[in-house]
Design a protein around this ligand. Sequence first.
Ligand code: 4VP
Length: 185
Amino acid sequence: MDITPVAPIRRFDTLDDFLGTHFIYTYDNGWEYEWYAKNDHTVDYRIHGGMVAGRWVNDQEATIVRLASGVFKIAWTEPTGTDVALDFMPNEGRLHGVIFFPRWVHEHPEITVCHQNEHIGLMEESRARYATYPKLVVPEFATITYMGDAGLDNDDVICEAPYPGMTDDIRAGRYYDADYRRIGR
Ligand SMILES: C=Cc1ccc(O)cc1
């Protein structure tokens, strides 16, 4: 698949440049993800392609730091037991992600395909019931295909389940209005 990186919406340097930015990107293995730096300790995301396509999450606690000018590291651990570490290089239109899936998510990905916030109990029960090891580690570079200035704490960025064509709608400017509110909501 030939993916062209989007031009950066600004020159990223500080954490303030990064927080409030909304991204869509495709990993080199073809998995398409959407991710929003909601504030300095919270992320939202939606998964459009790959093993757990259809999953979406609001208000995940994360650590977000600036490693160097324009380079940002984000890491978190989920109720499923999945751990994630992302290194964003938005000036280059690229990032690197490592996802550490517990065995049970690899064996039963469909359990996690939901709006997680409405099913935290099921994630925790499944984590306890099924196997953790051996983990599935997925380290991949990704190409950023969209960047938007959503501002901080914008609940309209990721406010519904993914649907086919959603990332094309967002990239084409058909999804958010000028104030970065979901059109027609
Ligand atoms: C498992 C969540 C997740 C969210 C964003 C991303 O780039 C990788 C994993």
